[in-house]
Design a protein around this ligand. Structure first.
Ligand SMILES: [Fe+2]
Length: 350
């Protein structure tokens, strides 16, 4: 940890201590990575210096964020090119997807703090990156081979490529879709298959992920109404990742679900849509609160998720560091959500 003045502070540095105002209010919390907008905030409150983590921590975090951002930019540029009538630039996608796979094979949770930060404008692109990350973690936990995981990752990042053939007026329509419009949206699965299969280097298995990711285990999905094991295994994984990610994103028409709410929602409303074995593995491994994220509790307390030796959980231990309203917390204290059933997470703040 080192003390840096405002002049030395730069985007990408990670706060090693909370930044507290003279009146006791928290301005920024430990663990935040400095972004330009935070610099403005710190300047506004005349904070003379802050504590940041040393160089090594900074580099590690930055590299994950860099991979995530690069993957987002790659899929955005590929999708924009396809929308303009161009071809899929497969080598560039493969390169970034391979990096994601390599990192996740070393550490499941490496990207988990970055997923789910989608803004509404870039929803489709960030959704593709997140679905890729979740699918790779699921594939690893399902003991797939490295070759299979690479195929899965490529299919996952391309799963919605067919949306490039859907008019933006329908794709971004802020109101309820008509039956005709919904049918056009559904065509993104067939379009996606066509775009993928004509790309040199894309296998039939990968293209079929785009085709089949909206099929349901009980046969109620589209475009073909396949059921059970008729649906390709990799498409079944991407189907779960797709729905989980859609639920946990902020959308124009609703606020995002918290991970535990999304897990409950899927189990209660749509378990019959998915391969149960995959769904269970997925929720055990992905629907979690990673250590260090800042959450708001239903009690109004703001807390940091504590790193634990056990598997990270939907009801983690948290360290209360401040309150939304009311006096600051002078001595942080721990709550084990597993042992306190009336306390739960209502929002993720960072
Ligand atoms: Fe889709």
């Amino acid at each position: 940890m080192k003390k840096v003045s405002l002049d030395e502070l730069a985007p990408g540095m990670k706060l090693a201590r909370d930044v507290i105002l003279d009146d006791g209010r928290f301005l920024l919390l430990k663990g935040f990575t400095i972004k330009n907008r935070y610099l403005d905030k710190i300047r506004m409150y005349n904070i003379p210096y802050v504590y940041v983590e040393d160089e090594i921590g900074k580099v590690e975090y930055f590299s994950e964020e860099k991979v995530y951002t690069e993957t987002f930019q790659t899929i955005k540029s590929v999708m924009d090119t396809v929308r303009g009538g161009g071809d899929v630039n497969l080598p560039v996608i493969k390169e970034t997807v391979d990096t994601i796979v390599q990192k996740i094979l070393n550490d499941d949770n490496v990207f988990m703090k970055l997923t789910g930060i989608r803004d509404i404008d870039n929803y489709t692109y960030l959704h593709s990156v997140d679905v890729c990350i979740y699918s790779v973690i699921a594939g690893k936990s399902l003991n797939m081979s490295i070759d299979e995981i690479n195929e899965l990752a490529l299919g996952a990042i391309l799963h919605d490529i067919g949306k490039c053939k859907v008019p933006l007026t329908i794709l971004n329509k802020p109101a309820r879709l008509t039956a005709d419009e919904y049918n056009i949206i559904k065509d993104h699965t067939r379009y996606g298959y066509d775009i993928a299969i004509k790309t040199p280097g894309v296998t039939e298995e990968v293209a079929r992920i785009a085709l089949l990711h909206h099929e349901h285990w009980d046969g109620s999905g589209y475009p073909m109404g396949l059921s059970g094991e008729e649906i390709d295994y990799m498409a079944r994984i991407v189907a779960v990742a797709d729905v989980y990610d859609a639920l946990t994103a902020n959308r124009v028409y609703r606020k995002r679900y918290m991970p535990h709410e999304a897990a409950e929602y899927i189990m209660a409303n749509s378990a019959s849509h998915f391969d149960y074995e995959i769904l269970k593995k997925f929720l055990d491994n992905i629907a979690i609160y990673p250590a260090d994220i800042i959450v708001l509790l239903n009690t109004g307390e703001i807390a940091r998720v504590v790193e634990s030796k056990e598997k990270e959980s939907l009801r983690p231990k948290v360290m209360v560091i401040t309150r939304k309203d009311g006096p600051p917390v002078l001595e942080p204290y721990e709550i084990d959500l597993m042992k306190n059933p009336t306390v739960f997470i209502v929002d993720i703040l960072s």
